[in-house]
Write a protein that binds this ligand. Structure first.
Ligand SMILES: *Cc1c(COP(=O)(O)O)cnc(C)c1O
Length: 362
């Protein structure tokens, strides 16, 4: 089989070595006579898998002891509700930095649950960007500030998350599309969540990091599954967990660790995205980025071509060379190349070479 150059925004490419291991080890886990899909989640062999995945998450995130790591279902989308259910009291206000499509979805769900305040909206006419230092308007006494560290659809990211610390309140960050491509600064953030299907493994599990002191805020009215405490106290085994997704995530995390960990992923992401942005910036306007240069995403690279016809030709030509999923999100158009950790360097080089050739031929 020849592997596609898969630039999907999620679910996205996994390391071939992980896929091969999953296939080989699927029929039987650790001499148990059955697969991970068939055994009790209370069994020894499964618990070993579960705890191994949690250990790897703790190491890679450098999470201090006072941070609980939870494995839950419902995607990052369920966190749009779980965050306010757990952290927004009836008489409180939550601040949301309205940076793009995912932040807007998070805010919309919070507004169904409690009072929200828009801490920042991009001024009309500005390029796509995140708020600068000093621009966030967080009301005194806000329960938390919610930020999307990387907007997957718009292709923007906070170059430095410390701008969030200025809020002077609990900081909650959706890191679904840049988790483990940058370190997590625990002096700045208090809650982090990320769906698995972009940088962590296949779809089906969501990781939540939460400082333990925040677990006491949840009102009694919140149902069992939606309470962070349920998962923290039950070692994320309070109910049947998504065993396959957790097993496969553990293998993907092992691959990240063997590849040098988060520091290596971060410099690789900077280098690889830099290769593509360089082609854009040197194209004399043929390729155009709508993003403020310092706020360009390292994982979701958004750009445009001169007109729809040229863009369609670009996408068709890319497809013919084995490059798939380069079409931008339907809400913003353009081209989007998602370059997550597991994508091969060869795929990035194939894209760079194609972009240079395509522009040169015009
Ligand atoms: C993909 C994505 C989501 C939604 O994740 P699901 O797991 O599909 O619910 C939320 N936030 C961001 C930043 C994303 O990239």
């Amino acid at each position: 089989m020849s592997r596609a150059h898969n630039f999907s925004a999620g679910p996205s490419a996994l390391p071939v070595s992980v896929l091969t291991e999953l296939a080989e080890e699927l029929p039987e886990l650790g001499g148990s006579g059955m697969s991970v899909l068939e055994m009790s989640h209370r069994s020894g062999p499964y618990e070993a898998v579960h705890n191994d995945t949690l250990d790897r998450l703790r190491r890679l995130s450098a999470a201090p002891d006072e941070v609980d790591i939870l494995l839950v279902q419902g995607g990052a989308t369920l966190q749009f509700a779980m965050v306010p259910y757990n952290l927004l009291p009836a008489d409180g206000t939550a601040a949301y930095a309205m940076t793009g499509s995912w932040a807007a979805k998070a805010e919309a769900d919070a507004a169904r649950i409690g009072r929200v305040h828009e801490a920042w909206v991009r001024p009309d006419g500005d390029p796509l960007r995140m708020p600068h230092r000093g621009e966030l308007d967080v009301p005194a006494g806000a329960a938390y500030l919610h930020a999307t560290s990387n907007e997957t659809i718009e292709g923007i990211r906070y170059p430095d998350l410390s701008v969030l610390a200025d809020a002077g309140t609990t900081v909650v960050t959706d890191m679904s599309s840049d988790i483990f491509t940058r370190p997590i600064d625990w002096d700045v953030v208090d809650v982090v969540y990320a769906g698995s299907q972009k940088n962590l493994g296949p779809a089906g599990v969501t990781v939540v990091w939460v400082k333990r002191e925040l677990l006491d805020r949840v009102p009694d009215s919140v149902p069992t599954y939606l309470r962070y405490r349920t998962h923290a106290e039950g070692n994320s085994l309070a109910n049947t967990p998504p065993v396959f997704a957790i097993w496969a995530m553990g293998k993907t995390l092992a691959w990240i660790e063997a590849s040098g960990g988060v520091a290596a992923m971060e410099s690789r992401a900077a280098k690889r995205s830099g290769r593509v942005y360089e082609v854009i910036d040197r194209s004399g306007g043929f390729y155009a980025s709508p993003v403020l240069p310092e706020h360009r995403s390292l994982t979701n690279l958004v750009f445009r071509l001169p007109d729809d016809e040229t863009q369609a030709a670009f996408l068709a030509g890319a497809e013919a060379e084995g490059m798939s999923n380069l079409k931008g999100h339907r809400s913003v158009g353009g081209v989007r190349a998602s370059i997550y950790n597991a994508l091969d360097d060869g795929s990035v080089e194939a894209l760079v070479s194609y972009m240079e050739r395509f522009a040169g031929d015009r």
